[in-house]
Design a protein around this ligand. Structure first.
Ligand code: PPE
Length: 304
């Protein structure tokens, strides 16, 4: 939370230390909230937020999915996201919108609770370490399965559903790995605790489809488009644990994780054990797109 001075709460910029909620907030008890994660980057023309509208629209969709009445428009939240960067003097950083049920109802019908909306921003470096980005990370297949669409809404970013990610992440770290990869209830590959997965085999790029229970990531969509524009074949396909072991290259994508190579899965080296050429190309293209160096993708940027 380095360098956060102000947090926007329901129409006001509040000092960091004053951005508080009550312990009887419904969301604290039952996970009745939805959130987003967005990055802003330094570019030669000033700070720009990557695919801001898509993130705010997903926040609205997550609210709709869980029946949370969000009264702030997409336009207003876009404007606040720009302001939160400026008021915190950030050249680059991470933006975290959160909509949640606060005080007014304890119990499983949150309808009477006040809906609160907040947007914070802070400096956030690499999610899985600088060395992870450079050399690749070590991943384990989790003993926890990804939340299933019969119990949750995997394509929504509900706060409560992240206990599943927390269990997987804690287990991976406790057993000496950097990150977890979760299979779905059918035993196919879904995604990381907070990242989507890409697999390369014989020059073709594969990524699990929405029906595998993933959050259909905005970074995922961006990388699919960037690689596709170079003539690389990109396919959505069901993947097995064995496919992971046989891959030439693997990498994770996410707003926080950006493009992070995977060098090992379950103690098996992937490909040469070093980030491969398509992974490197994805990293390069993504980094050029977010910093405004690809004119075709300027529309993905909102300057603050
Ligand atoms: N899957 C999950 C479960 C997930 O949480 C994220 C983002 C993604 C895939 C990638 O989605 P996208 O950011 O749209 O490309 N995870 C956010 C939260 C991470 C956190 O630790 O908090 C993020 O990357 O901001």
């Amino acid at each position: 939370m380095d360098s956060a001075k102000f947090i926007w709460m329901d129409g006001e910029m509040v000092a960091f230390d004053d951005a508080k909620v009550h312990v009887l907030s419904n969301a604290l008890h039952y996970g009745t909230g939805v959130f987003e994660g967005i990055r802003a980057y330094e570019t030669p023309d000033g700070t720009a937020i990557f695919r801001l509208r898509e993130h705010i629209e997903r926040l609205h969709r997550s609210c709709r999915a869980y029946g949370i009445p969000l009264e702030r428009t997409v336009e207003e939240l876009i404007e606040v996201s720009r302001q939160i960067i400026t008021v915190n003097d950030l050249e680059s950083g991470y933006i975290r919108p959160l909509v949640f049920y606060e005080l007014g109802a304890i119990g499983l019908n949150p309808a009477a609770a006040r809906v609160r909306t907040m947007i914070a921003a802070w400096r956030w470096g690499t999610y899985l370490g600088d060395e992870g980005v450079a050399k690749g990370i070590r991943v384990r297949v989790s003993s926890w399965r990804r939340i299933h669409q019969s119990s949750f809404i995997p394509v929504a970013k509900g706060t409560g559903q992240y206990l599943n990610s927390v269990l997987a992440k804690q287990e991976a770290l406790a057993t000496g790995y950097d990150e977890a990869l979760l299979l779905n209830m059918e035993g196919n590959v879904s995604e990381g605790s907070g990242e989507n997965l890409f697999l390369i085999r014989d020059g073709v790029v594969f990524t699990p489809p929405a029906s595998s229970g993933i959050l259909d990531g905005i970074t995922r969509a961006s990388v699919m488009e960037l690689l596709g524009s170079e003539g690389v074949e990109v396919r959505e396909a069901g993947l097995t644990r064995g496919d992971l072991y046989n891959a030439d290259e693997l990498f994770f994508t996410g707003t926080a994780a950006e493009v992070t190579p995977i060098r090992e899965v379950d103690d098996r080296s992937i490909g040469t054990g070093e980030p491969g050429p398509i992974t490197r190309r994805a990293q390069e293209l993504f980094s050029q797109a977010v910093t405004g160096k690809l004119s075709e993708y300027r529309a993905w940027l909102t300057f603050v």
